[in-house]
Design a binder for this molecule. Structure first.
Ligand code: SF4
Ligand code: SF4
Length: 187
């Protein structure tokens, strides 16, 4: 328990340091400022997703698999038996086998998987406040026997908690300096 509290305190003070440097405009002037490299690496990725989020009304729109990789294009993990999986994190999950060295990629299976996750997203994510910022993927949705609702729910709690903290940090920085996070804008 004490260890956990110390870890939480550590994260809080790192977030404070990141905030201080952002508010002073340090990263806008020099992204690789030597005093702030570690905290920039720790917090930039999640805040970048928030900063570049789509600002259109998405209510009523079907949710796509947008946070997922396109299996076989981003990465491909090849097992010693010659089977293909989207990556090392999901290797061995039969439902996610996307081909093998003998017959190549199974395009129908890949399309089927994308349709499957689109359905899952629409069923479970459409009422979730975090869906626009969520980066869950096959790894969070699938266990050894395929789609696993309990596994997903376990990760969802963590994702929502992390998203909430990131939103708090994001807003608290912009409250002090509206231009502080300009360095996160995608070209
Ligand atoms: S971690 Fe998820 S998104 Fe990334 S390659 Fe693996 S399955 Fe795809
Ligand atoms: S947190 Fe869970 S329910 Fe919410 S969008 Fe992400 S995967 Fe879907």
């Amino acid at each position: 328990m004490k260890d956990k509290l110390v870890r939480l305190e550590g994260t809080k003070s790192l977030a404070e340091k990141f905030k201080r440097l952002c508010v002073k405009g340090v990263y806008n002037r020099n992204l690789n400022h030597p005093q702030g490299r570690l905290v920039r690496v720790l917090f930039s990725n999640t805040l970048r997703v928030i900063h570049n989020r789509e600002l259109t009304d998405v209510s009523g729109r079907l949710l796509s698999y947008s946070s997922f990789c396109l299996p076989g294009t981003t990465k491909c993990f090849v097992t010693s038996a010659g089977d293909f999986f989207p990556c090392e994190k999901v290797a061995g999950i039969e439902r996610l086998r996307i081909g093998d060295v003998r017959s190549g990629f199974d395009v129908e299976r890949i399309i089927g998987l994308l349709e499957e996750v689109t359905q899952i997203r629409n069923e479970f994510c459409s009422a979730c406040w975090a869906f626009r910022l969520c980066r869950a993927c096959f790894y969070h949705f699938y266990g050894p026997s395929g789609f696993d609702k309990e596994r997903m729910s376990y990760f969802c709690n963590g994702i929502r908690k992390e998203t909430k903290s990131s939103l708090k940090l994001y807003c608290s920085i912009l409250e002090e300096n509206e231009e502080a996070l300009d360095f996160l804008a995608l070209p």
